[in-house]
Every structure is written in structure tokens, then in C-alpha cells.
Ligand binder design. Sequence first.
Ligand code: NAD
Length: 393
Amino acid sequence: MSKKILILGGGYGGLLTALTARKHLSVSEAQITLINRYSTHQIITELHRLAGGTIGEDAVALPLTKLLKGKGVNVVVDTVSEIKPDDKKVLTASGTAYTYDALVVALGSETAFFGIPGLQENSFTLKSAEEANRIRTHVLARLDAYKQSGDKKDATIVVGGGGLTGIELVGEFVDKLPEICKAKGIDFDDIKLYVVEAGPNILPIFPQELIDRAVVSLEKRGVEVITGVAITEATKDTVALKDGRVLESNTIIWTGGVQGHPVVANSGIEVNRGRASVTDVLQSTSHPEVFLAGDCAVVIPSEGARPYPPTAQLAWQMGETVGANLAVFFKGGKMEKFEPVFSGTLGSLGRKDAVGTVGGNNIRLKGTPASLMKEASNIRYLSHIHGLFALAH
Ligand code: NAD
């Protein structure tokens, strides 16, 4: 009899689960339903470019129905509100209840605000195409306001958090804003662009040589990089820093970190600091018919080791492992262990500059080779999910 597979989330983990499961399970063996908040699969590693206005929404938001065309996957656009693993049931915001024989939770992560006063209410975040559009529209509107008012708050952008999300975004802004300002008749020298990082360095995942290179590249183009100082409070038009400084700005973009998804944390599935605990084959440690892919799970490679980071490349690989293991779950055999391959990390610093490591920390890239490699890795992903076809049609 046909089994019911329910996949929650259409990001990297959820999409790759659906595509892979279908390679191993025919339509008569399994009905697959995928529920996602948006009708699109979003390439979140490219959202900074949408926020900056370098690319359009079509390039980062690919319709799930196109990507899954002919695969026999039922796509539902709805928001998951509750998972009831003991009843094998999932509830959505529209009031629908779904049952399953196997559940895949791939809901991703949420922005962490760490309880910093005023931050959540007064900042923008960059986790979806919708949010990227909101940032771009707001920045353009503030520049128009500045033209009228000459008020410095309208010409100041503060990015909180100097991880890859924050740095890629500020790199995009500093490249794009000069031409936007010129078109609007604003002197780019009037614009203040800050990135504030609490730790001693931006991009701490990279070796010092690449960090230094990133700082020089950004500062040369006009970004003020503040390190070793945490943001402690935000209001509608101020950002307070731990050292007592107050930056006057009405554009605060918070990229200070991510946390587990609350629906997962509150589901009754076993969690570790809000992210689902998994076995080495990516089954939930508490519910064997529940599999996990992506940021909402925590994968600890070996006892006492640090968990793997919440990245797109791992979510993608987890989805492929889960897709294959779903077939084994129903048809028998030996499940695949999750053994990720780390192809490297690339961070763009704008349209023509980037830094990155390939093959552990052994090969370090900067400038054009890193930019080209970053572009190639996006194209590789798109071709893997047949997204280039979806883009073209
Ligand atoms: P992150 O956690 O990597 O970085 C957040 C940064 O904010 C940290 O450096 C932290 O010290 C800083 N911070 C925290 N509190 C602060 C405060 N009060 N004031 C100032 N700074 C503060 O988050 P991210 O950049 O969103 O990345 C999340 C994950 O996604 C990471 O694993 C990252 O590697 C991955 N990612 C990868 C890419 C890529 O490969 N190009 C792009 C984006 C994100």
C-alpha cells in the first residue's frame, strides 16, 4: 500500500529530500506532500544580491511546482503551526491537519535576537526574498527622504553582525549605492555604512589573512567596520553600542545569528538547545518515523565534538541522505549514514570581490577567483536541482 511522506519546508533540505526520495520510491509506493510557507524555493545564499538590487526576485525565488514538475510531489503553500509526533499529525495555519507514515522536518532556522532590547521590533532581517525586497525598498525610500530632509539618520545604514550574512550584504550595498546615489543626485560621501561585530573579527570562520583582506576591501570602498563591540539596544532611529557610542540610523539590519525553529523546539521531538537531535542516519532520536534535514536539526559528528554549522551545503546533503533513507525505512535495507563533504566556504564582498576557502583551509581564494568560484557554486546548485530550467521558463 502507498505510504504517506510529509515534508515540512521547501528550502534546501526539503526540496532535496523530495527529489531524492522520488528517485527511490515510485508514485505507487509513496505519496509525497511538501508544505512550504512560500510557493517558491528560495536561494537564500543569494538574498543579499536581491536586497542590494543587483539581481531580481526571479533569480532567487524559483517556483516549487516547476522544480518538482513531473515528480508526483504535491506542493502545498501553507505555514506549519504545530507538529504532533505522538499522533503522527501536522497542523497548518490554514486549519488543515495532515497525517503521515514518515515525516521530514526541514523548517530551517530563525533569526536570534538574544533578547537585545528593541532589536526585533526595529530591525530588518534577511531570511527570505520578501525580507530582501523589504530592505531594498526601505533603503531607497530613506535615500529619497534624505534628499528632502538632509537628515543624517536617513543616510546611515547599520548592519549588526559580521558573519557571512552581514558581510555579504554590506559588500553588496557598498557596490550598489554609489550608482543609486548618483541617479538620485545624492553625494555618496554623505552615506554612512557600518557593520558592527561583537567578536574580535568579522568572518571568524576564515583564516586571519582572508579576514584582513575582507576588512581592507570593505573599508577601501567606504564601509566602517567596527569590531569587538556588541550592539546592546535599538530604537526606531538609534543603535546603541556596548562602548557607549550611539549610531543614529533608521536602517538597522540584524544578521547576528540563527536559532532553531520554534515549531520544532515545541513539538515534543527530542531537541538540543531548540534544534532536533538526530541519529547518524538523520532520524529523530525520539521518533524513528521522523527524519530531519537542514538547520532545524543539530548534527554532532562525534561525541564531544562541535555541531556542524547551519549551512546551505549541509542542508542540501542532509536532504539527499534523508531522501535515500526514506526508501530504506519503507522497503528495508541499510540506511545511509550522514557523512558530509565540505566543499569549502565562499563569501562575497560585493560584485567583484570575494574571499573563500576550498578543501578545508588549505586553498585560500580572494578577488576574482573567489568571485568566480562563488558564482560557479551557485550555478552548480541550480543545475543540480534543474533550477536553470525553472529560471529559463
Ligand atoms: P553567524 O552566527 O555566522 O554570524 C553572526 C555574527 O553576529 C557573529 O559573528 C556574532 O559574533 C555577531 N553578533 C552576535 N551578537 C552581536 C551583537 N549583539 N552585536 C554585534 N554583533 C553580534 O550568522 P550568519 O552570518 O547569519 O550565518 C549563519 C550560518 O549560515 C553560518 O553557519 C554561516 O556560515 C552560514 N552562511 C553561509 C554563507 C555562505 O556560505 N556564503 C552565507 C550566509 C550564511
